[in-house]
Design a protein around this ligand. Structure first.
Ligand code: ATP
Length: 421
């Protein structure tokens, strides 16, 4: 997969956020007057490539454009995008959608289903109708084994107030959901966020094993440990939407050393790269040819501009050349294979039945959750006690009874709404 000169901008609304009248007026104005349009450039010319069996890590400080680039690469962001993204020399088309797996930062798993059920329902929904039931179950078994999820297969996913699997197992379940359909390209947004270093290392190790099967993997990552950093084949370092380094992970330190950025203390390479991407070089000896004097407020920006500039001179042209040399050399059968639309469809009725069964199982467990039952019984007992042995003797007592009849449906509706929400 290659991407060249990727640029992306978003239209910024001039309306006050939260004011719908102004928002509509601004929208109408922007349709009639293009000068009203105000764009924010998010990605500013990014080039790279990644082959089968390799893992590319997108690194950079928060807001540098990692997720945006990942979405562009995955074909999820196409409007206002400039540049080329090609997969086996073929541009994005809807036929490619099923060959690209995307694991988002916030997963969409059902808390009441077990890990195994989650994957089984996904297998029946997403694998081709031509596969037998037995083959689908076997595929789930392979995924459970591959991702080390066998131990927790019968545990509920959980979430919110429902206890469930650990953060690492949750991430692996989300990955399993995607790799079930065997995508050629797997994209992951912050798969290690919220994980301790051991779980993060285990997860990247699993991805490493997965890449060895011939899959191409691109992942965004914030601050990997030194061990994890060395598991990546390539690194793309971003800062404010500009590339600062692109190349082999193991060569990144020597590249910056050649620019005369030398760490003063022993540093994790990922930490070193992030310090450069933010211009914070307190523990780094920087080259003398940065004109701005050290210690001034402008120095950090000068360091960032310097590294971006050096990238343009030293790396960008080489990468573009390499891309041009390799383009057009993809064997014909691979180019054709990627354009064949996989026929995965199961009938509308089958989809309905699987979704119905999944929702039923999810809701059933939710309704009969012990906490909810205890809550309902508690409220019922409390209401019962309030009107316990109340008499009908006088008009005031009767009004009290009417209050009881009004209160009960209100509470019932409240609980029904709670359940539905
Ligand atoms: N639709 C949008 N409208 C306005 N700004 C946007 C939009 N999408 C992204 N941005 C901005 O683009 C920048 C890059 O966002 P992106 O989510 O790609 O960053 P990131 O590097 O993934 O950050 P993080 O590590 O915090 O997830 C941010 O400053 C973000 O606010």
């Amino acid at each position: 997969m290659q991407f060249e000169d990727i640029e992306f901008k978003v239209k910024m609304s001039k309306a006050t956020p939260g004011n719908p009248v102004k928002a509509v007026m601004s929208k109408v104005a922007s349709h009639t007057n293009t000068e009203q349009d105000n764009y924010k450039q998010i990605l500013k010319g990014i080039t790279g490539s990644i082959g089968p069996g390799e893992i590319l890590a997108l690194m950079g400080p928060s807001g540098s454009g990692k997720t945006t680039l990942l979405r562009v690469i995955g074909g999820r962001l196409r409007e206002n995008v400039k540049g080329n993204v090609t997969y086996n020399d073929v541009p994005y088309s809807p036929a490619l959608k099923r060959r690209i797996g995307f694991v988002t930062q916030d997963d969409v798993l059902y808390p009441q289903l077990t890990v195994e059920e989650t994957l089984i329902f996904a297998a029946f929904l997403r694998l081709p109708g031509s596969m037998s039931r037995k083959q689908k179950y076997e595929r789930v078994e392979v995924i459970l084994k591959e991702l080390g999820l066998e131990r927790c297969r019968k545990t509920r996913v959980g979430g919110g107030f429902i206890s469930g699997i650990s953060g690492g197992e949750r991430k692996r379940t989300s990955i399993g959901y995607e790799i079930l359909v065997d995508p050629s390209l797997l994209l992951l947004d912050e798969p290690t966020s919220g994980l301790d270093s051991t779980s993060a290392t285990k997860l990247i190790q699993i991805l490493r094993e997965n890449a060895k099967l011939g899959r191409t993997i691109v992942t965004t990552i914030h601050q990997p440990s030194s061990k994890v950093f060395h598991m990546f084949d390539k690194i793309l370092l971003l800062s404010e939407g500009h590339p600062m380094y692109y190349g082999k992970a193991r060569e990144s330190m020597s590249y910056f050393t050649s620019l005369r950025f030398i760490p003063d203390i022993a540093m994790n390479p990922a930490e070193f790269l992030l310090d450069l991407a933010t211009g914070q070089v307190n523990d780094i000896t920087a080259p003398d040819d940065i004109a701005t004097p050290k210690g001034t407020s402008e120095y950090e920006r000068a360091v960032i501009r310097y590294v971006q500039h050096r990238y343009k001179i030293e790396l960008e042209s080489k990468e573009k050349e390499a891309n041009h040399r390799s383009s057009g050399k993809v064997p014909e059968h691979l180019r054709l294979a990627i354009q064949v639309k996989k026929d995965w469809t199961i009938s509308w009725w089958d989809q309905f039945l699987i979704l119905f069964k999944r929702t039923y199982r999810e809701r059933w467990r939710d309704y009969f959750d012990m906490l909810r039952i205890i809550q309902s019984l508690g409220v019922a007992a409390l209401l019962g006690l309030l009107w316990w042995k109340s008499s009908y003797a006088t008009e005031a007592h009767l009004r009290d009874q009417v209050g009881c009849y009004l209160c009960k449906p209100n509470v019932a509706v409240h609980f029904i709404l709670c359940y539905i929400s």
